[in-house]
Design a protein. Structure first.
Length: 473
């Protein structure tokens, strides 16, 4: 067969068609790959949007390498604008492999509040993941009292906080291990507690009380608190002062009594009646064990005859407020006798003074030179753990970097920032040397000005002011 005959043959025509199909399909696949390719960053962004309500991630490069913890590993850690932490972890022990989840941990003014949400991310070979409903994942966030006391999760109630779906024990085990790994990272790295934190001792009647704020002056502890609804009434709010274990002053700032019982409840002037009362007197009426449900002995027998007003539950809620204040007086006094933590970033601050006005602490401080710059001076106001105003009163940046440092208006940028946000960038432990991760990797992208050390010194000032706020209010 000649060459000319070959090109006219059926075999060549078939080959040409196959080659054309291959080229066209290859091109289509290449275009499709470009159109439908989802990067790891995009996958993470989609996960963030599902997990975060009215919040956003401000830094997702806090972890430079996987962190092994328990029967799992932490893959990624991100800080949100509200100061919460989002942790992705993989747990071993599944039916055929591992399971990866996202865990959102709540923080308030830098204080750990527990788990907010757990969300499935991926798995390796598990076949019964569909059995794990949203209620199962939500259950991880329903045990924060045990989590704050040092608890971990398990599929066996004898080994920890039980969370398991019958018939899916292996996959439940892997997820529990993933959540525990994330929790281990938060405790060891963010909170600095190590893997075995000391449980916080419960307060008497704490299950019946919320939104407690305490101020200590000498031997006087002043509380503002809310007692949760019991029976028909709504929540009650109180302001109570206790000295030497006895009530000095007692004010009901919000009366939750239902309208039909207001007259009955008003028969007793509690602002006078409660003065001088002790924990022994009050707890005898409602039960001394504050970790159990309040005993309604007064309702059942009217044993507190002088308070037989007809508004029984309102009376009990008022007694709870007094018993909480007097029963926890010694504990709060002990906590207040020493700082809750060392002064963060003390080694990096040359001098500092504070002025306190209500819930606002105003600092004038000097941050020691770091790298090439000279000392910086600042004036910073912090309210409720967030920066209100931020002023650089002396700029120590070297002349050649002034323009670079000036790219960021810190007087605006720092407003609203919290200790959790700022300390995440330069290291949570202010008693150690500041971590220069920003200098080394530029992880704080919005502050990549070229004047790295000046930026870090500015972050130190904000972290000092927010991190030590609770020591002064």
């Amino acid at each position: 067969m000649t060459v000319k005959q070959f090109f006219k043959s059926a075999a060549f025509k078939a080959l040409a068609v196959l080659l054309s199909i291959t080229v066209v399909c290859g091109g289509v696949l290449a275009v499709a790959n470009d159109l439908f390719y989802v990067s790891e960053e995009e996958v993470n962004l989609r996960s963030y949007s599902k997990l975060l309500d009215n919040d956003k991630v401000v830094d997702d490069k806090l972890l430079t390498e996987p962190y092994a913890s328990g029967d799992g590993v932490v893959n990624k850690v991100a800080l949100t604008e509200k100061g919460d932490y989002l942790v992705q972890a993989t747990g071993d022990g599944g039916y055929k492999g591992s399971v990866t989840v996202w865990v959102l941990f709540g923080f308030e003014n830098g204080k750990f509040k527990g788990i907010k949400k757990v969300q499935y991310a991926s798995d390796e070979g598990e076949t019964l993941m569909a059995n794990l409903t949203s209620a199962y994942y939500q259950n991880f966030a329903n045990h924060n009292e045990e989590v704050l006391a040092g608890g971990i999760f398990s599929v066996d109630s004898s080994e920890g906080i039980c969370n398991v779906v019958t018939g899916t024990t292996k996959s439940s085990t892997a997820i529990a291990n993933a959540v525990n790994s994330a929790l281990g990272y938060v405790r060891a790295v963010i909170l600095g507690q190590g893997d075995n934190p000391t449980p916080e001792q419960p307060k008497l009647y704490e299950k019946n009380v919320k939104d407690v704020n305490v101020k200590i002056s000498g031997n006087t502890v002043t509380y503002t608190l809310t007692v949760k609804a019991l029976g028909d009434p709504d929540n009650f709010d109180f302001k109570i002062a206790v000295t030497d274990g006895k009530i000095d002053s007692f004010e009901i700032t919000k009366n939750g009594t239902t309208d039909s019982y207001l007259g009955a409840f008003g028969k007793v002037d509690f602002s006078t009646y409660m003065v001088g009362k002790t924990y022994a007197e009050l707890s005898a009426l409602i039960g001394k064990d504050g970790t159990e449900q309040i005993k309604t002995s007064y309702v059942e027998s009217g044993s507190f005859n002088t308070l037989t007003t007809g508004a029984s539950y309102s009376c009990i809620m008022t007694l709870i407020a007094g018993a909480y204040a007097t029963g926890n007086y010694e504990a709060y006094l002990a906590e207040g006798s020493a700082p809750a933590h060392p002064v963060y970033y003390a080694e990096n601050v040359k001098s500092a003074t504070q002025e306190v006005d209500g819930n606002t602490v105003t600092y004038t401080l000097t941050v020691k030179a770091l790298g090439d710059p000279d000392n910086f001076d600042f004036k910073i106001a912090v309210t409720d753990g967030k920066i209100d105003s931020f002023e650089i009163t002396k700029n120590g940046t070297t002349d050649s970097y002034l323009d670079a440092f000036g790219k960021v208006d810190f007087s605006t940028y720092m407003v609203g920032k919290t200790y959790a946000e700022l300390s995440a960038l330069i290291g949570m432990d202010g008693t150690e040397k500041i971590k220069t991760s920003y200098v080394e990797s530029g992880s704080f992208n919005t502050l990549t000005t070229g004047a790295s050390y000046s930026c870090i010194m500015t972050l130190i000032a904000g972290a000092y002011a927010t991190g030590n706020y609770d020591l002064y209010v």
